[in-house]
Every structure is written in C-alpha cells, then in structure tokens.
Write a protein of this length. Sequence first.
Length: 470
Amino acid sequence: MHGVTDVVILGGGPGGYEAALVARQLGGDVTLVERRGLGGSAVLTDVVPSKTLIAAAEVMTKIGKAEELGLRLEGENCRLVDAVKVDMAKVNARIMALAEAQSEDIGVRLAADGVNILNGTGRLDGTRAVIAETAEGTQRLSADIILVATGAHPRELDAAKPDGLRIFNWAQIYNLTEIPEHLIVVGSGVTGAEFASAYAALGVKVTLISSRDKVLPGQDGDAADVIQQVFEASGMTVLSRARAVAAQVRGEQVVVTLADGAEVVGSHCLMAVGAIPNTAGIGLAEAGVELTESGHIVVDRVSRTAARGVYAAGDCTGVNALASVAAMQGRIAMWHALGDSVSPLDLRTVSANVFTSPEIATVGISEVEVAQGNLNVATVMLPLAGNARAKMQALDHGFVKLFALPTTGIIIGAVVVAPSASELIHPLAIAVRQKLTVDQLVETFTVYPSLSGSIAEAARQLRGVSDLTY
C-alpha cells in the first residue's frame, strides 16, 4: 500500500461527512460523493427541517398556555392564541433556507479540512474502487477504504403515491404554502407522531391513522400513553387499529381508504409509513457486501461489512435510524480502518428523542426488555405533577422513569417525558455510560426549582425501593 490511504465515501449525510472529517484528521486522502447536497436527508429533508417546524409549533404551544398563566390581550374575550396566525409559506421558507445554510456550512467545513467533494452518484467497482458519475463525466476512484453512507428514502404505498401537492411524504411536506384545513397523517411511528403533534399545535385539524393499539408502538408504553392522551385532549382524532391501504385526490380533497373499506376525508395527507435503504444498484452484492431481506447493509459494531475494506454507516445499515448513531458509526469506521483507538458501538448508551409535545427521551434498557424478565431490575416512575417548576410552567403531563440494577444500584436506563426531555436526558445518558449509581445521582446537587430536580427525586425514591439492596 502506498503512503497515503485513499478513502472514498458514498453519501454526505451525518455518517458520511463525520467520517470524512475523521479520515482527514488521521491523514487519509478523502473523496466524498454526494448526489443531492451535503448533510443528506438529515439536513435537507428530514431532521433539520422537521425540528425547525417543531420549533415553530413549540412557540404556539407556549402561547396556548398564556391564559392559564394570566396573560391575555386587552379587550373582551381576547385570547393571545387566537391573535397569532400561522404563515405557512413563511414558516416553510425559513425551514428550507435554514436547511440549505446548514448544508453549506458542512461544505465549507469539509473543504477547509481538505475533503474532495464530488457532486454525483457512485457505485462500488469491487472492493478497491468506486465509479463516480458526475456532470463532468465518469471517474474511477481508487480506494483503500470505502464507506457506504447512502441513507434511505421514504417508503411509498402503490395505491397512495405522493404528488407533492395534496399527498406528501416527509420530504415533500415543506411544499405547503397555506395551512392545511385538515391533515390526515398515515403512520403513528416517530415521524407520523411528530408531524401530527406539530401541525395540531399550529392549529390544524389532524387525523392520525395508526395500525397499532396506540401511537408510538416502539416507545416506552407509559410514554406512549401520555402522548396519546395529549393528542386526544388537543382535539386530534386518533384512529387506532386502522390500516390505510390507499389515498387519492378527489378535487380539493384527499380520500384515504382503510382496510375495512371506511374512508377518511381531509384536505391533505402525509404518508409516514417508513423508509427504504438506498442500497439498490450500487454494486454492493457484487462486491461481497451482505444485505438483509429489507436491503439494509449488515455491519458489525465497528461498522465493517462482509467485504474486506468496505464499511457502512447510517440509515442504510438499519442499526438505529438516528443522525447521532449514523455520525458515530462513520467515525468508528474511520478510527478502525485507519488504525486509531476505537470502542465498538454500544447502543445501550444511545440517547434518543421523539419531538412530540411533550417530548419523549430515552437511554439504556427499555421497559420491554424489563418485561421480558431477562434482568432483575428496580424501577420507579415519578410524575412531573409534583415538580414546582412544572407547576410554574403549567405543565400538565410528563414523568421521569429510572431503571437500576438491584444489587449494585447502577443506573441502566431512563425515560423522560417533558417539554425539554431532549435536554434532560443528557445527565441520565452520562449516568448510563459511566455506570453511575442511584446514590451518586441522589448526592448530586440540582437547581431548585428545576425540572431536573425530578431526576434526583426519582433516584431518591428508587433508593427506597425494597429490592434495591446493594
């Protein structure tokens, strides 16, 4: 092998661009091939746009609490929430401008670090080369190391094809220039629940179609119950155990047909029915890369595929569809490939968040795993209702749940349901990562009053659980 290691990366999302930065830091000669724009779906059509929309929705949620807090406009029967109107065109224009700016910032950083960026598509030519198709023509890129970080795209139903006008997937919803009269959301997983929550907060009539017993079937059961209660209390219609089989535009309406023949009529429809990995037609199987039946790339905990010298990261692997996980997979791949010290990916330490209102944040072991009985776990769940700061902010829903090992008192998992759960989960993620004990949480000062005080209080209650006998 020559003195400089040639690294070729397919995909400029979090898995790809973070890997590129690490590879350059370790002395690799790095070429990154991206077909749409740096940042990938996470920045351009998924995480950044959706959370920017949710930021606008959060403001409306707070405004909706104004009257309860004693704030109102002057005049008879004047409510602040009624005085604030949503300019959907401006909201979405800001969303897309922010996404583009973030993408440009990534490009500036990569260029400054010496990453060669090719705008185009790429496919593997065995395990030692990539064929890149760009506007300038075809290039064959020699590679000592290849990282596949091609992401995923929205799954579509044959009888419910998005048109970007009335029927949308999660990448097209930002085409809206007017607030929908009635939005039908098909799918009650994380994506569907987040959009349903956001648009309901913006004042839209929302119908959420869920094929399961309740929303967010993959989340903590108590947390999902809270979100379903909040959704229904807000006026949202949640159709449980209902499977959508078709959607079509009829004039200025969208009609969604359910498996039992019933029809749901609205002005617009968002299809949030999963994602498909971008792994077809890029030479993976021919290079010896193992794929699952769903088309995801099989990787180990240091991001290696079955093909020597070929790594993979992000949604195309199906490991965990989080930008943070994709980025870590990419970094780990380069640390391993280029001979740096590396710790294998540990999904037990990954903190995740559902950006509904309130949010759901989790880390470590889940309630489902506890229920399976493989571990003897002590558990406590503390509602936020008794928290002084929660009362001041008129927060009606939420809790902190902790899981600990009975013998040692080590914290092994947590769930937080609160408006700021994405921020509150961090100390608990540290606790899980560093194997902190209940005692150590109890003995750590928290601010009074604060929502984080409920973390320490939950730990105090957990300390008193009878089977916590360390």
